[in-house]
Write a protein that binds this ligand. Structure first.
Ligand code: PLP
Length: 450
């Protein structure tokens, strides 16, 4: 891309989102970088949303934008799904925090037990980060071991024990991260994804407490994981007494009502959930084998309890939204609908890239779409295509920052909000949205000079 394309995009972006620019000026006096989540940072500035409905959000300028962030993955049903809105409004009038147990948390937990195969017991948290933090601590209490095995490029939230090796550039000699101690790093064993020999070696050498994996592969399938790998991992965990944790914060209720574990028929010992779980409100959960979650109980068989307070655990509003959302998802139709739309979009984007002779490729599984720019391999002939033979160093390579910002800005100018290089569909997206998105990509590529 030429520099002149960049300045043309920036000018058009500034014109179209002039009010957002003003908001951003104020925000920059309040928040570092003017944002409240790293992913929302965009140059020259992020757009500001005023409202959202279905598959779209409306910017403060009044522009309707097709949304492929869908609540960072939380909104499989789309924005403002009627039964979720109703449930939250009704609960709001009844109380937002009882500082007491309440019936709705039991209802919510029951639904999770029914839908997620590994969920013998459930404990609610406030986020996915809290759920994975809890999973690791429970595994250590139960096993009496300390090490944790995770895979390069798998994201499990931002707490110290698992944030290492979640982001590139991947340098196997050094997984350190600013602010995380060497001691914490020593407790983590990081291995390349999709290699069972490496898993077995790590289990033999480090005797870990647990092994955690994103159910559809690192960064929600940017580097896809195969069902056969999950099955092999399950066998190795059983053989070496390692607690297997599926992080289904994104894949749970999205790829299948029972998550990737139901889709692949592989049951982990524990599972972390969030996002769709709480219907678009804050919430998470650790679920799993009853004997393992007993580590959270008073007077448990381990003689050691994992402390678990948390002001908003099992919050009534999140419970109301979660119950309504899970009821709407239970029959699997929203998952199927979102999957079909994403498959259609992946195929049509690849046709577009071929027509334009652009060295780009779209790929992914389920309702997730990943774009790889600067790809000079063969063009896909089916939706199962995985570029670069699944090499995580290439699929998860850091793209030039200028291209990343210009790409997102060019799409926004054309009415599409894309989640970095990836996007997710919801069941509320329509085939007209897909048509419009393909046109937006065409125009964005033209703007980028690709
Ligand atoms: C797989 C996975 N695990 C954990 C998390 C952390 O969840 P939260 O943002 O709710 O803390 C995320 C967030 O995107 C995620 O994608």
């Amino acid at each position: 891309m030429l520099k002149s394309n960049q300045s043309e995009i920036e000018m058009a972006f500034r014109q179209r989102f002039h009010k957002s620019a003003q908001h951003y000026e104020r925000a920059s006096q309040v928040f570092p970088n003017g944002v409240t989540h790293d992913s929302r940072y965009l140059e020259p500035f992020p757009i500001y949303a005023a409202e959202a409905s279905g598959s779209r959000k409306t910017s403060v300028e009044g522009h309707s934008i097709i949304d492929y962030w869908v609540g960072h993955g939380a909104l499989l049903l789309g924005h403002g799904f009627p039964s979720v809105v109703r449930a939250v409004q009704q609960q709001m009038a009844l109380g937002t925090h009882y500082s007491a147990c309440h019936e709705l948390e039991i209802e919510w937990g029951h639904r999770v037990q029914k839908m997620i195969p590994s969920a013998e017991r459930v404990r609610f948290t406030n986020s996915g980060t809290e759920a994975t933090l809890m999973a690791v601590r429970v595994a250590r209490i139960v096993s009496g071991r300390e090490k944790v095995v995770k895979f390069v490029g798998h994201f499990h939230g931002w707490h110290d024990s698992l944030v290492l090796a979640a982001y590139g550039p991947y340098n196997t000699a050094d997984w350190s991260m600013p602010g995380v101690t060497a001691g914490v790093q020593d407790d983590l064993v990081v291995i390349e994804p999709n290699n069972l020999d490496l898993v077995e070696k790590a289990f033999r050498e480090s005797q870990p407490a647990c092994c955690i994996i994103e159910g559809t592969g690192g960064h929600w399938g940017l580097v896809p994981v195969q069902g056969a790998f999950l099955k092999g991992l399950r066998e190795l965990c059983t053989k070496y007494g390692v607690i297997l944790i599926f992080d289904e914060v994104i894949s749970g209720f999205r790829v299948h009502p029972g998550g990737s574990q139901a889709h692949y028929g592989v049951t982990p010992d524990m599972t972390t959930l969030a996002k769709i779980l709480a219907g678009g409100l804050p919430g998470g959960a650790l679920v799993g084998r009853a004997d393992l979650l007993e580590a959270i109980a008073f007077g448990n068989r381990y003689g050691k309890k994992m402390k678990h307070p948390g002001t908003y655990n099992g919050n009534p509003l999140s419970a109301a939204a979660g119950c309504a959302a899970l009821d709407a998802i239970a029959d699997g139709k929203p998952c199927q609908r979102a999957n079909e739309l994403a498959r259609d979009l992946r195929g049509r984007l690849n046709q577009l890239f071929a027509q334009r002779n652009a060295l780009w490729v779209a790929y992914g599984e389920f309702s997730m779409i990943h774009i790889l720019p600067n790809f000079d391999g063969p063009r896909p002939t089916s939706d199962e295509f995985i570029p670069c033979e699944g090499d995580y160093r290439k699929l998860d390579a850091e793209q030039p920052a200028a291209l990343k910002h210009a790409f997102r800005a060019a799409l926004l100018i054309n009415g599409v909000d894309w989640f970095g290089w990836s996007g997710m569909t919801s069941a509320a997206h329509t085939s007209e949205d897909i048509d419009q998105t393909v046109r937006a990509f065409d125009q964005a590529l033209a703007l980028l000079g690709v």
